[in-house]
Ligand binder design. Structure first.
Ligand code: LLP
Length: 467
């Protein structure tokens, strides 16, 4: 394994755009618990292991780049969310895993086994859930533009709830259900006007966006009127999702407050007390040491308190509360493993560490300016810290994996590099840019690894290409 020799000491911090760069950690070999899966350790040989399996072994067996999922950690987070609700009816779990974060058949089975519900937002996600016989009554079907074919599939499957997102969809679903003699349970997706403090593209409850019926504009009240006109629709509640990667829980509290206010005005106008309130997902996770997420228990306790208090204030029964965490279950248990290819030192500018993946397996840095933590994974190093930019191998200068990474100055070709907290929205948003082959997803648990999704091959890509 060759090692590039780099000048010692912190480098180039003065020239980085985007303001402050965090100071280097005291010991680059340490793994900060909140950022990494719970079973990650650095072994006696200096290599890190996850789920009891060394990354060196994982790289030898499965190749790089690869996504690794700590199965025990995933399941532990799922259980923590459910436990936060205390007693509940197991046929109607209060926590629905948002499958868009990452879904494959094994993960859908984990969700089913742990007793979660599942939020699906496309025909494809629904199809995947049905492929493992996920209990249909525990599925919630979302989407701002569901096709008739998707709605029919959801009706045929008997999904637990369909979340209505447009006037047009209300009419279409009412008709399709009536034709089949069905009466699906539906919710209305409401935009409560909360500006979640997150990236614009992942904030969803302010007014100017494609999702839901706006509360302040009166569209939510009108949607409820229209749904109630149809005997073929069983309106059970309202749904709100304010955005993603949110740390400030006051946003959820305002959303809960406004949503219960809507339940009260529905009671006043129609004389009905809707029994359910879904407050969506969006809880942030720690990507770096700067991030300080709340835990499931505190969040659920806060939401329950506010929904209880508001309901009492309006003289309403407390609605059944549900949430839909995606990232907060799947994000931290996942890491990406890469091999370093080249290290390029641009004197006085920056050091680029190139790995064998990039924006095709993690688009979040390029798309949202997301920050990540990474570590030299195949060995420990006592070399001084070097500020580097970890980049991929794509033909694009925005192909950045970790914008500002403190790495040992002796990192070089052949080293393995692990990026933390890539379990959500990385494989699920991966692409074949530059004919990249999407990496495998490997679960690790109690010293064993298991391939959940295999690496794509050139033959896979050519099979779609009709020549
Ligand atoms: N429920 C609904 C209705 C949603 O739209 C979403 C996310 C969730 C639940 C789950 O949100 P989570 O707990 O995972 O934040 N691609 C972006 C995130 C987009 C999320 C879209 N909807 C990212 O990489 O950060």
């Amino acid at each position: 394994m060759s090692r590039a020799a780099h000048p010692a000491g912190p480098r180039h911090a003065d020239v980085l755009p985007g303001g402050a760069v965090p100071a280097p950690p005291a010991d680059l070999n340490l793994l900060e618990a909140k950022v990494w899966p719970s079973t990650v350790r650095r072994g006696d040989d200096g290599a890190i292991s996850v789920g009891g399996v060394s990354v060196r072994e994982l790289a030898a067996e499965h190749g790089t780049p690869a996504y690794l999922i700590d199965e025990a950690d995933w399941r532990m987070r799922a259980r923590a969310w459910l436990a936060a609700f205390g007693d509940y009816d197991q046929a109607e779990p209060p926590v629905h895993y948002a499958g868009k974060a990452f879904l494959c058949r094994a993960v859908a089975r984990w969700a089913a086994e742990e007793g979660l519900g599942l939020d699906v937002c496309s025909g494809g996600e629904l199809g995947l859930a049905l492929a493992v016989d996920f209990p249909a009554h525990r599925l919630t079907f979302h989407g701002n533009n569901k096709s008739n074919a998707e709605l029919v599939r959801a009706l045929d499957a008997g999904v637990g709830r369909i979340v209505l997102d447009s006037f047009d969809e209300i009419e279409r679903l009412a008709q399709l259900a009536a034709q089949r003699g069905q009466r699906p349970r539906v919710m209305a997706r409401v935009t409560v006007g909360v500006e979640a403090h997150t990236h614009e593209f992942i904030a969803t409850a302010h007014e100017d966006q494609k999702f839901g019926f706006s509360l302040s504009g009166g569209l939510a009240a009108e949607a409820v009127r229209r749904v109630l006109k149809h005997d073929s629709l069983d309106l059970v509640g309202i749904h709100s999702h304010i955005g993603s990667q949110i740390f400030d829980t006051s946003g959820f509290e305002v959303a809960a407050h406004r949503a219960v206010g809507l339940l009260a005005s529905i009671r006043d106008e129609h004389g009905i007390k809707l029994p359910e309130l879904d407050l969506g997902g969006g809880l942030g996770i720690a990507y770096t040491s700067e991030d300080d997420p709340s835990d499931a228990f505190d969040i659920v306790a806060g939401l329950k308190a506010i929904v209880g208090r508001e309901s009492f204030g309006y003289g309403l029964p407390i609605p059944r509360l549900t949430v839909e965490p995606g990232r907060a279950i799947a994000g931290t248990p996942g890491i990406s493993l890469y091999e370093v290819g080249t290290v390029k030192v641009l004197d006085g500018l920056r050091t680029y560490v190139s790995v064998d993946g990039g924006m095709s397996d993690n688009i979040r840095t390029a798309l949202y300016d997301a920050a990540y933590t990474c570590t030299l994974a195949s060995r420990a190093s006592e070399a001084p810290p070097m500020l580097a930019r970890v980049v991929g191998k794509h033909c694009e200068s925005g192909d950045i994996v970790v914008r500002d990474a403190w790495l040992p100055a002796d990192i070089g070709p052949g080293d393995l590099l692990a990026v933390a907290a890539t379990g959500a929205y990385c494989r699920s948003m991966a692409s074949n840019y530059n004919q990249a082959l999407r990496p495998p997803v490997v679960s690790v648990c109690e010293g064993e690894s298991r391939m959940l999704v295999r690496r794509e091959t050139e033959a896979d890509l050519l099979a779609l290409d009709m020549g």
